[in-house]
Design a protein around this ligand. Structure first.
Ligand SMILES: [Zn+2]
Length: 355
């Protein structure tokens, strides 16, 4: 029906200019399904690219994420990757960088420096690649060297911003009711995570990778160093250890994106806390969380992959959550499985654009 309508319209448009103005270029983010690991691809309006994390390496019970990442890179029309940023050296983020670098040109690597805890052999193989390609160690306050989009490091190697971002720094009333989580069981490498604040015009997005609730607390208590955001990429794949209500409440996102797998992340215990965040309209997930139920997952249109387990589709098909940001502050989140999309407007006066 739609196809025939489009063809009919084209046939009737011969009086219009042959070369209409090209559609406005957007800042695009693709949350790739790497089965509960992390891999987030960003392509700027000028075509520069950044990949945050490389998913999993191959193991006895899991295929490497490399194939899916390569599919996403070429699907986005890229011929090279300008920056590969490894948020921290846990295996679901470090992936198989030597295999990725052997199959796709990578210009430069960004990371937090030396591991606090990591699989030594895998880290050494990664270290060899980063020495060859060149790498830069990031610290809070650094800006990523991409043009046209402002990306600031807010955490790295266990260090946090020392002063509020511009326009931030207000006292956070949630600190009184949400004491800092205990640090006893935390993963020391998680807390080395590079956290990033992305800005394009009015649009802001926070992604703290696997920073756990304990350290997240210090970013927003007693004062909120981050200010508010439009989109919150939820910490630690939506695992409960990353959920700090005092952070989510302080940054007041309209949209949350959870990079979970069927059996990792998207914890049922995370859901009610995230869902109760004041001002939050929609939660988008990369995968249905099999540990949960319909009550602790979003409606199917907001979930890219609905299977109850990972890698169940023939030909290793997978869907992504795509976020496209326009220079005027409008942003659209879409599900590449079925094309379902919602548009929102950036800034505190924004929110969902009603169809
Ligand atoms: Zn992780």
């Amino acid at each position: 029906m739609r196809l025939s309508l489009r063809l009919t319209l084209l046939a009737g448009l011969s009086a219009l200019p042959l070369f209409p103005a090209p559609a406005e270029k957007t800042l695009d983010f693709y949350t790739i399904d790497v089965e509960g690991g992390k891999s987030l691809l960003m392509v700027t309006p000028a075509g520069e690219s950044l990949l945050v994390d490389a998913g999993w390496p191959a193991s006895a019970n899991r295929a490497a994420s490399t194939g899916r990442i390569l599919a996403a890179l070429s699907g986005a029309g890229l011929k090279q990757l300008d920056y590969l940023l490894i948020s921290h050296f846990d295996i679901d983020h470090l992936g198989d960088v030597p295999a990725l670098a052997a199959r796709f040109p990578i210009r430069h690597i960004l990371d937090h420096g030396e591991p606090a805890a990591a699989d030594r052999d895998r880290f050494n193989a990664y270290d060899e690649v980063r020495r060859k390609l060149g790498h830069t160690v990031l610290r809070p306050g650094d800006k990523l060297p991409l043009k046209g989009v402002d990306i600031e490091v807010v955490t790295s190697a266990g260090q946090l911003l020392s002063k509020p971002l511009k326009g931030a720094g207000a006292a956070n009333p949630l600190c009184a009711t949400h004491p800092q989580a205990a640090a006893i069981e935390r993963d020391v490498e998680d807390d080395q995570s590079i956290g990033l604040l992305f800005r394009l015009g009015e649009f802001r997005m926070l992604d703290l990778a696997d920073l756990e609730a304990h350290l997240s607390h210090e970013l927003v208590c007693p004062a909120n160093l981050l200010g508010t955001v439009d989109v919150y990429h939820v910490n630690v794949h939506g695992q409960f250890k990353g959920m700090a209500a005092e952070l989510a409440g302080a940054i007041r996102p309209r949209v949350a994106i959870v990079g979970n797998g069927a059996r990792k992340g998207g914890d049922p215990a995370t859901w009610p806390i995230l869902r109760a965040t004041a001002g939050l309209e929609d939660i988008w997930q990369v995968h249905y969380s099999a540990a949960g139920s319909a009550d602790t997952n979003p409606p199917p249109n907001f979930i890219a992959n609905l299977e109850q387990s990972d890698r169940t589709l023939p030909g290793d098909e997978f869907a992504m959550i795509k976020l496209s940001v326009q220079a005027d502050g409008t942003y659209t989140v879409s599900n590449t499985r079925n094309g379902f999309a919602r548009s929102y407007r950036a800034g505190m006066a924004g929110g969902r654009i009603k169809p």
